[in-house]
Design a protein around this ligand. Structure first.
Ligand code: NDP
Length: 411
């Protein structure tokens, strides 16, 4: 069962449809059922005449555990792919436990009223999933997701000790809009306007938002200004690879994007607290009513929908891990990355590259589970599973990776 029918869910649904030997019956359930129906319709058109899973749709409020449990008991899926929003992680995990269903997501839990993410809330489910014999796979998109799998692959094959890890995320695409975000605007703006955080010598170090930046050179793209952000996979990676001395996450932003972001913040439109707003009643009486709105949620409603960016999006993304450490007593560097073309992603799935690079790994994670390769009771981050079969599927499913040894990491 796929929960959510946005950009990432659309890509995952297409990829599921392309793998009917693994996925046979699929339900797409989301808040707005029409979106699920439209998605299924577009898939049925895209793969007409080819073997395909059977698709069904349902309306569900994923904030409501009871509603979720009822739907899960009715459909009885083997695994839920949670591709709704980070706010729903805990309710969906709770419902999975009550209904005896396995779980996968692509982003860690975030409370609505605080722009703060960490794994503790979801790791707290570990014993219950273990006792129930159920598997929960956390953070199985690209970053988090492939970034952790790249690190696990590096640790397994190329290093005795990983000491420095830099995850580098470049979007060199152009959607030809003045300002738009590549995934859910509310989640995206919350992430970028937070303080930065990185790990060094056993401690977490905080920075002002976007305070640390430097140009980094991305393959096939060239130099791009890259900004240090806090990103959730750092939390699990430094725990699972205790030899890491420093772990950081970098993301590129264009100057125009940053200028708009600055204005949005200065106007108060990135606020996540409720404000009172006087709105006209819809009954035509001309009377007003006081309503509470969250400025950032209002902004989301007027910004371009990330799902509609695909059509004129050109350029590519480049996301990878730059790693320094020891192998056979010698220092070595390693860079593993994928470049993904927005145009090619759109041609295949109707969505741009950022949704594509998230939806494909989500499908592969579910595939790993259904094939019995990534099946172990408990709550796990992706790097705690065998990376090899996943890496193999990345090459098959549209996200091929490349390696560079002993080059200049710039970091
Ligand atoms: P979208 O906003 O496009 O889609 C979210 C979907 O979830 C929408 O269909 C929405 O319904 C649905 N939804 C929201 N609230 C509920 C609810 N209460 N009950 C049921 N359905 C609900 O987001 P994206 O597809 O861009 O992102 C999906 C997830 O992927 C997010 O968690 C995001 O953080 C994560 N992500 C992860 C990345 C990674 O690399 N790991 C990168 C990019 C995104 P409706 O259509 O009615 O609004």
């Amino acid at each position: 069962m796929i929960i959510g029918a946005g950009g990432v869910a659309s890509v995952a649904a297409h990829k599921v449809a392309q793998n009917p030997d693994v996925f046979t019956e699929v339900m797409i359930a989301s808040r707005t059922r029409e979106k699920c129906v439209r998605l299924v319709h577009s898939i049925e058109q895209a793969y007409a005449g080819k073997p395909m899973p059977t698709f069904s749709t349902a309306k569900v409020d994923a904030d409501n555990v009871e509603e979720l449990v009822a739907l899960l008991r009715e459909f009885q899926p083997e695994i839920v792919m949670n591709l709704a929003l980070p706010y729903q992680d805990l309710t969906i995990m709770e419902a999975c436990l009550q209904a005896g269903v396995n779980y996968l997501d692509t982003a860690n839990y975030e409370p609505r009223d605080e722009a703060h993410f960490e794994y503790s809330w979801q790791w707290a489910f570990k014993d219950r999933f273990e006792q129930a014999g159920l598997t929960a796979i956390l953070g199985c998109g690209f970053d988090p997701g492939v970034s952790g799998i790249y690190t696990a692959y590096a640790a397994k094959h190329h290093f005795d000790e990983i000491q420095y890890l830099d995850i580098v995320d470049c979007n060199a695409g152009n959607h030809h809009k003045a300002f738009a975000t590549n995934f859910n605007p509310e989640i995206n703006i919350r992430e970028i306007t937070q303080k930065g955080l990185y790990y060094e010598d056993g401690e977490w170090r905080e920075t002002e938002p976007l305070e640390i930046h430097q140009p980094l050179t991305y393959p096939n793209i060239g130099p791009r200004e890259s900004y240090l952000l806090h990103h959730e996979e750092l939390e699990s990676l430094v725990k699972n690879y205790p030899t890491i001395r420093r772990a950081r996450f970098w993301m590129t932003f264009g100057q125009q994007y940053l200028t708009y972001l600055d204005v949005i913040q200065n106007l108060g439109m990135s606020r996540i607290d409720e404000i009172e707003y006087e709105a006209p009643l819809a009954d035509g009486t001309g009377k007003n009513v006081k309503v509470k709105i969250v400025p950032l949620q209002f902004l989301k409603a007027v910004l371009p929908n990330p799902q509609d960016l695909g059509e004129n999006y050109d350029g590519e993304t480049s996301i990878g891990c730059r790693i320094r450490g020891l192998k056979d007593g010698k220092e070595r560097t390693y860079y593993v990355y994928n470049n993904c073309s927005h145009e090619a992603a759109y041609k295949e799935t109707g969505m741009q590259g950022v949704s594509y690079t998230t939806g494909v790994p989500a499908m592969i994670g579910a595939m790993m589970f259904l094939k019995g390769i990534w099946k172990k009771p408990g709550v796990w981050n992706v790097e705690e599973f065998d990376p090899d079969p996943f890496m193999e599927q990345l090459n098959v499913q549209g996200l091929p990776w490349h390696e560079e040894f002993d080059g200049d990491l710039e970091l």
